[in-house]
Design a protein around this ligand. Structure first.
Ligand SMILES: Cc1ncc(COP(=O)(O)O)c(C=O)c1O
Length: 343
């Protein structure tokens, strides 16, 4: 038996999950009079609750057994479910390294979980700080979130720092790899066998170009996946969305081409920006966006809006920085022209 069970909230450990009609009888042939659905139409039936066909496709794609895969309505849903199964409200605590993706904090607040932040160093890496050793002795600390490549900074977090956390911290470690397909490195998915308290998040929203479809992935020890399944709404991924992702996985050749294009465009944008006087610093990026420091980020942001070019103003998180997503060659060119016109 794994040690996962003792990390789970007591009420979740003992929870009797909702048993859906499709749990009890999942064969697709039959006369279905069990779920109060309409007998008419083509979208009249509830979808597969555990997305079995889609998970088989993902299993092959990621070389990981289906029992280690959880699918959420975007990885945002998986983040929320992680809080709900592991963190006792008003008691357990979580930790993030800032600046980072904002939903960890929002989810912590929704779930009444106290969140600690340790600032990343000037290279946006995790440092073995005093604050960190203090947190290691915090008995209420249950979950650590590490975003790699990190949003909004764009860089991968060094493997040695993550490895150290995985070996020293006895709670749950979440590595959010929303942007991993853009990075030239191995995913942490390969380590879930070694570390049974590790959860890796990925998504179909970025590299796969399906942000509107809302499908996110959680990879972890099968005991963790079972608890996630217990807590999720019964039919959390619609049939249309399951089908769309299957279709895209079956026709995935196009993505390598798109990836090449995005990486090439990123280099071009970095080069063009580096020649501009208004640009103070371009942070290295392993993602499909770059964090750029300007002389006056608010002013540039407002000027770009005037040209109907919308970037993300991160000035209040990283001083004078805008986060710029790599668009199509035409979009990037328009951005470059708009910025040049300002100089
Ligand atoms: C680091 C990170 N994790 C998760 C998400 C959410 O992804 P999803 O669309 O799968 O909910 C985002 C979205 O921007 C993100 O930047």
């Amino acid at each position: 038996m794994s040690n996962i069970h003792q990390l789970i909230r007591k009420n979740i450990r003992t929870l009797t999950p909702y048993s859906s009609a499709r749990d009890e009888f999942s064969d697709s042939n039959g006369i279905f009079l069990d779920a109060n659905e309409s007998p008419y139409g083509v979208l009249n039936r509830y979808p597969a609750p555990y997305q079995t066909v889609l998970k088989k496709k993902i299993s092959k794609l990621k070389q990981i057994p289906t029992e280690n895969i959880f699918l959420g309505n975007g990885s945002d849903e998986v983040i929320d479910i992680i809080f709900r199964i592991f963190a006792e409200p008003y008691q357990d605590e979580a930790l993030i390294f800032t600046p980072t993706y904002g939903m960890y904090e929002v989810s912590a607040n929704i779930n009444a979980v106290r969140l600690h932040s340790i600032p990343l160093n000037k290279d946006f890496q995790i440092e073995n700080s005093k604050e960190w050793s203090k947190q290691l002795n915090n008995r209420n600390l249950k979950i650590i979130f590490i975003c790699s490549p990190n949003n909004p900074t764009g860089n991968l977090i060094e493997r040695t720092a993550i490895e150290e956390i995985l070996t020293t911290f006895k709670g749950i470690v979440v590595i959010d790899e929303a942007y991993i397909d853009f990075a030239k490195t191995e995913s942490w998915i390969t380590k879930i066998k070694k570390y049974n308290r590790l959860i890796v998040l990925q998504t179909f929203s970025k590299f796969w170009g399906m942000a509107s479809v809302r499908v996110g992935m959680g990879f972890a020890h099968s005991d963790i996946i079972s608890y996630m399944n217990k807590v999720k709404p019964p039919y959390n991924i619609s049939l249309l969305n399951q089908k769309k992702v299957i279709e895209k996985i079956e026709n995935q050749q196009i993505y390598q081409q798109q990836l090449k294009q995005t990486l090439k465009e990123k280099e071009k944008l970095q080069f063009e920006l580096s020649k501009m006087k208004i640009v103070k610093k371009i942070y290295p990026s392993d993602a499909n966006f770059i964090l750029v420091e300007f002389a006056n980020a608010d002013a540039i942001y407002n000027q770009l809006i005037q040209s109907q070019i919308i970037v993300r103003n991160r000035h209040r998180i990283v001083e004078n920085c805008l986060r710029i997503t790599i668009g199509t060659p035409e979009e990037n060119q328009k951005l470059i022209t708009a910025l040049k016109n300002r100089i």
